[in-house]
Design a protein around this ligand. Structure first.
Ligand SMILES: Nc1ncnc2c1ncn2[C@@H]1O[C@H](COP(=O)(O)OP(=O)(O)O)[C@@H](O)[C@H]1O
Ligand SMILES: O=C(CO)[C@@H](O)[C@H](O)COP(=O)(O)O
Length: 531
C-alpha cells in the first residue's frame, strides 16, 4: 500500500494462538499486518491451540514465543518500513508468566546478531513451560490469599479482583510451594507482555500498571506492588524477582537493542514503550465513546468497558484493572474461558466442523421448544463451573430433542451471561453500541445474535487485530512531547463500521428470558458434580 509517511509505529500481540503485528503510519493507516500461528507454524512444540493442557494445568512453551518472534521479524525484514519504525509497543495474553534464569538474563544482555533469539535463549528459562491464563490449578493458593486478606471482597478492594486461578500471584505461589528448587533458580519473572518488551529492549522490562492489575499483587489505587501480597505469594525473594515497579503507558522503557539494529535494520532511535495486556490494548485501539462496550470474541471471550475515576467499584465476578493510559481511570472486564474454542467444539459436534453449517443452524430461529444450555466445556471462570448442561421446557435433559439447537443455545447462553453481568458491573448503565473484535467477530451471524441479545447495534473496526493495533497506537503515543491520547486520535479516528442492528422481536424475546437464565444457572451451580 503506497504511503507518504516517514514515520511508522509497530504493535505486537502475543496472544494464545498467535503472534500478530500491525504497522501504522503517521495518520494511523494500517500499512502491514502479519501473524505467526503457533499450531500451523510451530508444530514442533507439541501444542494444540497454542497450549499444552494436562488436566487443569495449562502451559505454553516459553521458547515457542521466542521462536515466533524470530519468524515474525524475518517476515518484517522483507518490508521496506523497518528502518523507519519510530517506536514499538504491544500486548500479551494476560496473566501468563515467564521464569528467567540468571544465564537467560545474561544472554539477553549480550545478543549476537549472527544467531537467532531461539538459538541464544534456548537454555534461558528456569521453567520451560509458562503457565498461561487457561490454567485452573491454583484454587488452593487462591483461597489462601483471600483468607490472608480477610476475604474475596477485601482482596478485590485491594487489587481490583478477588483471587483467580490464572492471576500471576497465585501461579507464582504454586511454584514457590511445589517447586522450590526451580523457584530459587529463577532470577526474574516477567509477564507475557513484559517478556516481549524485554526481548526487544535487551534487558528486563517492567510491566505496565494494567498488567500489574492482573496479578493479585498490585495495589489498584497506588499502582505499586503490595509488599504483603508479594511476601504471601513468593516469600522474601519475590520483590527481587519482579525487580521493577509497574510503569504507566507512555513511559519509555528504552531503545530497541543493538541486536535488532544489526540483524534486521531497525533504527537505533526506535523506542520501546511498555507492553500491556491484550484486552487493555484492544480497549486503547477502540477509542471508546460514552456508552460503548467492547466484546472480544478471541480464544477467550471478554467484555470491556472504560470506567472513569469515581465510576468504578470492584466486584467479585468482574475485574477492575488500571487503564493503560488514563492513570486515574480503569478498565472493567469480564472474562470467559469457554469462548471460541468451545464454540468450535460445538461446531465440530453439531455442524460438520464447518462455520457455514454452523451459520445455517444459527439462522434457524424456529423455537419449537424452550431450550437453554450452559457450555462449561473447560473449567469456566465466571461462574466457576464445569460441564455441559441442557434444559428443555424447564427440565434438565441429556440432549435437546433436536441436537442442532446446541448451536443457537451456546451463543444465546454466552451472550445472556455477558448482558446480565455487564449490567451488574455498570449498575445497569445503558450501552449504546457494542464494538466486536477477536477471531469470531469475522462471523456476522454470531454478531447478529449478540446484537439481538443486547438490543443494541454491533460495530466492527477495520484491520484484523485490535490488540496489535492498540499496541501500535501506544507506540506512537509514547513518542509525543505533549502526551494527550485524545489529541493524538483527533482527525485520525476511522469510525468503526456498523455490522448489524438488533431485531426488536428477538430482543423482546430475550428480555423475557433473563430471569429463567439466572434461575437455571443456579441449578447448574448447585449440582454437586460441579465443584
Ligand atoms: N468464521 C468464524 N466464525 C466463528 N469463529 C471464528 C471464525 N473464524 C475464526 N474464528 C475463531 O477465532 C478464534 C481465534 O481468535 P483470535 O482472536 O485470532 O485468537 P487469539 O486469542 O489467539 O488472539 C479461533 O479459535 C476460531 O474459533
Ligand atoms: O485471561 C484473560 C483476560 O483476563 C484472557 O483474555 C487472555 O488475555 C487471553 O486472551 P486471548 O488470547 O483470548 O485474546
Amino acid at each position: 500500500m503506497p504511503t507518504k509517511s516517514d514515520s511508522y509505529y509497530l504493535g505486537l500481540d502475543l496472544s494464545t494462538q498467535q503472534l500478530k503485528c500491525t504497522l501504522i503510519d503517521q495518520d494511523h493507516s494500517i500499512v502491514l499486518e502479519e501473524a505467526v500461528n503457533f499450531d500451523n507454524d510451530l508444530p514442533e512444540f507439541g501444542i494444540r491451540h497454542g497450549a499444552i493442557q494436562n488436566g487443569n494445568v495449562v502451559t505454553s512453551p516459553t521458547l515457542m514465543w521466542v521462536k515466533a518472534l524470530d519468524i515474525l521479524l524475518s517476515k518484517l525484514e522483507k518490508s521496506r518500513y523497518i528502518g523507519k519504525i519510530k517506536a514499538i509497543s504491544g500486548a500479551g495474553q494476560q496473566h501468563g508468566s515467564v521464569y528467567w534464569s540468571q544465564h537467560g538474563i545474561e544472554k539477553l544482555g549480550h545478543l549476537d546478531p549472527r544467531l537467532t533469539l531461539t538459538e541464544q535463549l534456548k537454555d534461558g528459562f528456569s521453567i520451560e513451560q509458562s503457565p498461561i491464563w487457561q490454567d485452573a490449578s491454583t484454587t488452593r493458593e487462591c483461597r489462601a490469599l483471600e483468607e490472608f486478606c480477610g476475604g474475596p471482597e477485601a482482596l478485590a478492594k485491594r487489587t481490583g479482583s478477588k483471587a483467580y486461578e490464572r492471576f500471576t500471584g497465585n501461579q507464582i505461589a504454586k511454584i514457590y510451594a511445589e517447586s522450590g528448587e526451580k523457584y530459587n533458580e529463577t532470577s526474574h519473572i516477567s509477564l507475557v507482555s513484559s517478556f516481549l518488551a524485554s526481548l526487544l529492549v535487551g534487558k528486563l522490562a517492567p510491566v505496565d500498571s494494567a498488567e500489574g492489575s492482573g496479578t493479585n499483587l498490585m495495589n489498584i489505587k497506588t499502582h505499586r506492588w503490595d509488599e504483603q501480597l508479594l511476601q504471601k505469594c513468593g516469600g522474601d525473594q519475590l520483590s527481587k524477582k519482579l525487580a521493577l515497579e509497574p510503569v504507566e503507558g507512555g513511559d519509555v522503557v528504552g531503545k530497541v537493542d543493538g541486536y535488532y539494529q544489526k540483524r534486521y535494520g531497525f533504527s537505533p532511535e526506535c523506542k520501546i514503550l511498555p507492553f500491556t495486556g491484550d484486552n487493555s490494548a484492544t480497549l486503547v485501539s477502540m477509542n471508546l465513546n460514552q456508552g460503548d462496550c467492547v466484546i472480544s470474541l478471541g480464544t477467550s471471550d471478554t467484555v470491556l468497558v472504560y470506567l472513569k475515576q469515581g465510576e468504578a467499584e470492584p466486584t467479585t465476578e468482574s475485574h477492575l484493572m488500571a487503564h493503560p493510559i488514563d492513570t486515574t481511570g480503569f478498565m472493567g472486564m469480564l472474562c470467559y474461558k469457554n469462548g471460541s474454542l468451545t464454540r468450535q467444539h460445538i461446531r465440530d459436534l453439531y455442524a460438520s466442523h464447518d462455520w457455514d453449517s454452523f451459520n445455517k443452524h444459527i439462522q434457524n430461529k424456529a423455537r419449537n421448544t424452550d431450550a437453554f444450555g450452559f457450555y462449561y466445556w473447560m473449567q469456566e471462570i465466571i461462574p466457576f463451573a464445569k460441564g455441559i448442561y441442557r434444559f428443555e421446557n424447564g427440565k434438565q435433559v441429556q440432549e435437546f430433542s433436536d441436537p442442532s439447537i446446541n448451536v443457537r443455545a451456546i451463543l444465546e447462553s454466552q451472550f445472556l451471561s455477558m448482558r446480565i453481568r455487564l449490567g451488574r458491573m455498570t449498575h445497569d448503565g445503558k450501552m449504546k453500541r457494542l464494538l466486536a473484535t477477536g477471531g469470531a467477530a469475522a462471523n456476522p451471524h454470531i454478531l447478529q445474535v449478540l446484537s439481538d441479545v443486547f438490543g443494541v447495534p454491533v460495530y466492527k473496526q477495520k484491520g484484523m487485530n485490535s490488540a496489535s493495533l492498540g499496541g501500535a497506537l501506544l507506540a506512537k503515543y509514547g513518542t509525543l512531547d505533549k502526551r494527550s491520547f485524545e489529541d493524538m486520535m483527533k482527525n485520525h479516528t476511522t469510525e468503526p463500521e456498523l455490522v448489524c442492528n438488533p431485531d426488536s422481536k428477538e430482543t423482546a424475546y430475550y428480555d423475557t428470558k433473563l430471569e429463567e437464565y439466572i434461575r437455571l444457572e443456579s441449578v447448574v451451580l448447585a449440582d454437586k458434580a460441579n465443584v
